[in-house]
Design a binder for this molecule. Structure first.
Ligand code: DAV
Length: 373
């Protein structure tokens, strides 16, 4: 580990300022949790995930960890301090007074759980029962940052009850077609109800004063409203991507690369009524390159669009998955210094390079990138 003696500072306002300290997830003990109301709509009828649950194989965990460790090493070689979460026994059953669930999930994707904004690290509510306790894997780190940085704010959003009232009963019929799914999504009819605020941190993108939040399966309008009330000096913009039949997390759909430039999944273009903010402020929204693969790896929740789930080390340097030749080429043409990172073995454990990390410290201050609000 490099820079362990460097002073701990929690500060990060966007997705592209120079990265100095980050959390990289781990694959240890990751489970495929039993089905639950939130996860059912995400698993298509022809998915190899259907009906599967239990711990992932030792071999797949080892391969994922090798790629996660390699990512950590690459970041350290670029002067970034890297910390890792503490896995738990994810195979144990969990319960609250309201429900029981057969297992937890894992701690590969810290981006889903922790939202860093300025000197604050905020534990998201999460929206799956299997992920209700995942924040505990990050508590040792967050407590340490709290002890070491007198300005660090450790916050947790109100834990949701996640009773059946938080999910629409019979949201999908068994024989729903993809077109019917797209109609539901286009009309902003998602599996979660407005019973209580729900958000996953990976539905939020940080643009200094502005937060762009996807309303979908894992974040409801109350979740976005909670974020607005919690960050009163920021502007929260709720966005939709009608072409996405499984709107879960924004970071394989809409990826800011540097001030003024965003790549957008061409199958999930941002809704017309959400474009104005970017257009008024001369941000370019460009179609992302197509993925190099036709299928995700086996037993993977995410789509092939993890190709665009890139991690910016600074506004000139980007980590992208090593086999994603089209995405690598597009980034190169934009003029970035592109670092290819092999990562497909880690995908099934919860996502790509952006998912697998969460910021602790990026240099820089809170800027207004959208003065024409
Ligand atoms: O395209 O499957 C993956 C996002 C993971 N955080 C997708 C979204």
């Amino acid at each position: 580990m490099t820079g362990t003696d460097s002073k701990t500072v929690v500060n990060s306002w966007n997705e592209w300022d120079p990265l100095k300290h980050v959390i990289v997830g781990r694959a240890d003990g990751c489970c495929i949790p039993p089905s639950e109301p939130a996860s059912d709509p995400k698993i298509p009828a022809d998915s190899d995930m259907l009906g599967m649950y239990g711990p992932r194989s030792d071999e797949s965990v080892e391969k994922a960890n090798a790629q996660l460790d390699n990512l950590a090493g690459i970041l350290e070689a670029h002067g970034v301090r890297v910390d890792r979460p503490e896995p738990m026994d994810f195979s144990q059953a969990i319960a609250t007074p309201d429900w029981e669930h057969g297992s937890m999930f894992g701690c590969q994707p810290p981006r889903d759980v922790i939202l860093t904004l300025g000197s604050e690290m905020l534990e998201a509510t999460m929206s799956y029962r299997s992920r209700w306790f995942e924040y505990l894997c990050y508590r040792p780190l967050l407590q340490r940052y709290y002890n070491e940085d007198p300005n660090m704010r450790h916050e947790a959003a109100p834990k949701p009850r996640l009773t059946n009232a938080s999910y629409k009963e019979d949201y999908l019929s068994d024989d729903i077609t993809i077109d019917e799914r797209l109609e539901l999504v286009a009309s902003k009819d998602f599996v979660t109800t407005e019973e209580e605020p729900l958000f996953d941190a990976a539905d939020c993108l940080r643009f200094g004063r502005d937060l762009v939040v996807q309303h979908g399966f894992t974040t409801n309008l109350k979740g976005a409203d909670w974020l607005q009330r919690h960050f009163p000096d920021h502007r929260v913009h709720t966005v939709n991507f009608p072409g996405d039949p499984y709107p879960i997390h924004i970071d394989a759909t809409f990826t800011p690369l540097r001030p003024g430039l965003i790549i957008n999944n061409p199958d999930r273009r941002i809704a017309d009524d959400c474009r104005g903010l970017f257009e008024r402020n001369d941000w370019e929204i460009v179609d992302a390159a197509r993925p190099a693969h036709n299928e995700p790896p086996a037993l993977c929740y995410s789509s092939v669009w993890l190709s665009m789930n890139v991690l910016m080390i600074d506004e000139k340097t980007v980590c992208a998955e090593a086999s994603e030749v089209h995405q690598l080429e597009q980034l190169d043409k934009f003029g970035f210094n592109v670092i290819p990172v092999p990562f497909r073995d880690a995908y099934p454990f919860g996502g790509g390079l952006h998912c697998a990390t969460t910021d602790v410290y990026r240099e820089g201050t809170c800027q207004d990138y959208f003065p024409k609000a």
